[in-house]
Write a protein that binds this ligand. Structure first.
Ligand SMILES: NC(=O)c1ccc[n+]([C@@H]2O[C@H](COP(=O)([O-])OP(=O)(O)OC[C@H]3O[C@@H](n4cnc5c(N)ncnc54)[C@H](O)[C@@H]3O)[C@@H](O)[C@H]2O)c1
Ligand SMILES: O=C(O)CC[C@@H](O)C(=O)O
Length: 389
């Protein structure tokens, strides 16, 4: 029986994906965490923990280095909530261009008689502009950014994209009418609207700072539905005070953003739709089951891709440092245990490597000794033995 610990509100429909081999929130020694936004940075990860899956995109709340040192795989659920963010950003573009916040609350301030007499007179106060023909800069063209860019094209906008790290797979998702900018400043220099869809990491902290804001034309509107810290909020507030920026929309609050008519803070609702929450939880549950039951890895944050059909009776998986001579050290332990290898595969990503070894026969004593011997190799961080179900 595998033990899963959940944090945050995880959609029940997703949790229902787990088979009867899984129990939820019943053990002090979980094999897996299924999380959303909980901050795990203050936590010491339990030794039992083999995998963390973030239902959603951002893993900045996960101590990935600590997880790697603990031999814990980290995954997210790429794209599971991208459509939800796209729809929210498109809604905000329309809200922003048509002055809809003020216009839709107009009648609440008036009596019935007022409303009937004054609407025609007051309508001029709510004049807006159209998105047709306006320019949108999309910074980051991954799961969310590509959907936003394509949707904005259908509204008749000129779309400029900037993503120096765009993967070949992601590039296939972007309509050819999206113009490619060579630099971030080039992307924003004619933009009426700028929207940021990049991961939060050391390189993207303050990605939109004073210089990038200054590069935007006067009157631009800025959207941060990625993470706090990617836009330098102090610089954004200064640009609003100088009336250089018209409005700043973000999903992430901070005291300096409160009580301003030119700032809209939504309460981190980018991925908060029923559909996205079910998608994320379902994808996360499947990822946990695949990893725990087969050891196969696809698109982990801290492990290389390695998928081997599981046809043998038993599988050893070994997470280890990416250093020379590991494969021969591992195979020598198997040879010492008199084990015949049916299949073996190894892959590396950055400082970490991963080895899968399948064997057809194994007795209990043999297996325990072998696990101890493999764990004794200094660069090894996690050894697992999986019996084929
Ligand atoms: N508000 C929410 O609730 C919500 C929901 C989903 C995602 N997000 C956040 O949105 C962001 C994007 O999510 P995603 O699913 O599209 O991620 P993704 O990994 O699919 O795409 C990110 C893209 O950013 C690009 N990129 C990285 N560094 C860059 C840089 N310096 N300049 C330009 N591009 C850069 C990458 O090449 C990639 O194509 C993440 O920060 C994620 O946490 C927020
Ligand atoms: O769990 C959430 O609602 C946040 C989702 C979002 O921030 C993400 O990174 O996917």
């Amino acid at each position: 029986m595998y033990q899963v610990k959940t944090y945050n509100a995880i959609a029940q429909a997703g949790l229902n994906t787990f088979t009867q081999n899984y129990t939820l929130n019943q053990s002090e020694h979980p094999d897996a965490y299924l999380i959303r936004s909980v901050n795990l940075h203050q936590q010491t990860l339990p030794e039992s923990l083999k995998v963390i899956v973030r239902a959603g995109a951002g893993v900045n709340n996960v101590p990935v280095d600590q997880a790697t040192a603990n031999g814990t795989a980290v995954f997210n659920t790429p794209g599971s909530n991208a459509n939800a963010v796209k729809e929210l950003v498109i809604a905000l573009l329309i809200i922003s261009s048509r002055n809809l916040m003020a216009a839709t609350s107009y009648s609440a301030k008036h009596t019935e008689a007022d409303v009937s007499q004054r609407t025609e007179h007051d309508k001029t106060k709510f004049n807006g502009t159209e998105l047709l023909g306006k320019t949108l800069a999309v910074i980051g063209l991954g799961h969310v950014g590509s959907l936003v860019a394509n949707a904005a094209l259908t509204l008749g906008m000129n779309v400029i994209g900037y993503d120096p790290y765009l993967s070949a797979d992601a590039a296939w998702n972007i309509a050819k009418q999206v113009q490619r900018a060579a630099t971030l400043k080039d992307a924003v220099k004619h933009a009426d609207y700028v929207t940021v869809h990049v991961p939060k990491n050391e390189d993207t902290l303050n990605l939109i700072g004073p210089d990038e804001l200054a590069a935007m034309p006067a009157g631009a509107n800025l959207f941060n539905y990625s993470r706090i810290g990617i836009v330098n909020n102090a610089a954004a507030v200064a640009a609003l005070d100088a009336h250089h920026l018209t409005h700043y929309y973000t999903d992430f609050g901070e005291p300096q953003l409160a009580n301003r008519d030119d700032v809209t803070v939504t309460p981190h609702i980018g991925g908060s739709t029923i559909e996205a929450e079910v998608n994320g939880a379902t994808q996360a549950a499947k990822t946990i089951m695949t990893y725990l039951e087969t050891g196969n890895v696809k698109s982990a944050i801290n492990l290389p891709d390695l998928t081997v059909p599981f046809n043998a009776a038993y599988r050893f998986t070994v997470i280890h440092d990416n250093v020379p001579n590991m494969v021969s050290q591992i195979t020598s332990k198997l040879a010492a245990a008199n084990l015949n290898i049916a299949t073996m595969a190894n892959a590396a990503k950055h400082q970490t490597a991963y080895t899968i070894i399948d064997v057809d026969a194994l007795d209990h004593q043999n297996s325990q000794q072998l696990i101890t011997a493999l764990n004794a190799i200094p660069a090894v961080t996690r050894v697992r033995l999986i019996a084929n179900a």
